[in-house]
Design a protein around this ligand. Structure first.
Ligand SMILES: Nc1ncnc2c1ncn2[C@@H]1O[C@H](COP(=O)(O)OP(=O)(O)OP(=O)(O)O)[C@@H](O)[C@H]1O
Length: 284
């Protein structure tokens, strides 16, 4: 499997990762506990602007938990406690004066299962623009139409839906629904798009379209993706973070970041034996 992955790591990623871009997120000693159980700890890493950063690792190692810290989604999880520092463009994302709603507008999220609202295609995309709480003017009329078209075009869906914008978003195929959710996320012109296993419910053709789309979107947005699919991480990402879970002397499992580097390095010359074992399919 490692050999396959090597062939998938595109040369552009090697070149891109060698020129550091500005840091968007800086995690320092991040730890998250649910109801007193430390789910993941010791996570320190920088996430760079207009790159795709992939988080990989076996089930339960805390990838989604770390992803949810990046837009304060864990605030919504009862019993979740975040400690350590999450810096976002030089600010402490968890400082008392930071408005979590504004954070989630700037840092959008796309989930594993496409989750369009039971509304028309148009209304799905327009939703965040009509109710924008980010201090921007609420859009109406042709300005709103233009932004809906811009977002659907950006999500590579416009040509397929431009003649049926009033149809239900739920009537689209799974892959189209996921692109609709991406359109909804980018319509508010976020800084960052977080994606939690965005292709795991899709067939290989729909997956390939989303991967192409991610690479295009990375020209404009910073993207962080959690994926179980190592080939996907190798194909699309500039940098890869490998997480694993260890059991401590009291029998408790804690996720931790093992290694974080340019994707080409992680898949071809991992520094840690555990990374090597995972990417070569020997464990996980
Ligand atoms: N809402 C929650 N309440 C309690 N525990 C949780 C919650 N979400 C996650 N956990 C626990 O935190 C740990 C890490 O889970 P998380 O979903 O972040 O891992 P993951 O690496 O994304 O897993 P998977 O690949 O299976 O999605 C697990 O032990 C999980 O049971």
């Amino acid at each position: 499997m490692a050999t396959d992955l090597r062939t998938h790591v595109a040369t552009r990623h090697i070149e891109d990762a060698s020129v550091p871009r500005p840091v968007v997120f800086s995690l320092d000693g991040l730890e998250v506990a649910y109801g007193g159980h430390r789910a993941v700890r010791d996570v320190s890493m920088d996430i760079h602007e207009r790159e795709i950063t992939a988080m990989i690792g076996p089930s339960g190692c805390g990838k989604s938990t770390v992803l949810r810290c990046l837009n304060r989604m864990n605030d919504l999880v009862p019993g979740a406690r975040v400690s350590g520092r999450v810096g976002y463009r030089g600010q402490n994302l968890y400082a008392p004066d930071i408005d979590p709603t504004e954070v989630r507008r700037r840092i959008g999220m796309v989930f594993q299962k496409p989750n369009p609202f039971p509304k028309s295609i148009y209304d799905n995309v327009a939703y965040g623009l009509r109710f924008d709480t980010g201090g921007n003017a609420r859009l109406r009329g042709s300005a709103l139409d233009d932004r809906v078209e811009e977002a659907l075009t950006g999500a590579a869906l416009w040509d397929e839906v431009k003649d049926k914008l009033k149809s239900s978003g739920l009537a689209l195929s799974g892959g189209q629904q996921q692109r609709l959710c991406i359109a909804r996320a980018i319509a508010v012109r976020p800084d960052v798009v977080l994606m939690d296993e965005p292709c795991s419910a899709l067939d290989p053709i729909a997956t390939a379209r989303i991967e192409d789309l991610m690479m295009k979107l990375a020209n404009e947005f910073t993207i962080v993706i959690v994926t179980h699919n190592m080939q996907q991480a190798a194909r699309v990402s500039h940098r890869t973070a490998f997480f694993t879970a260890d059991t401590d002397s009291e029998g408790e499992r804690h996720g931790r970041l093992v290694e974080y580097d340019a994707t080409e390095q992680i898949f071809n010359r991992p520094a840690d034996r555990r990374t090597e074992d995972y990417i070569s399919g020997r464990f996980g």
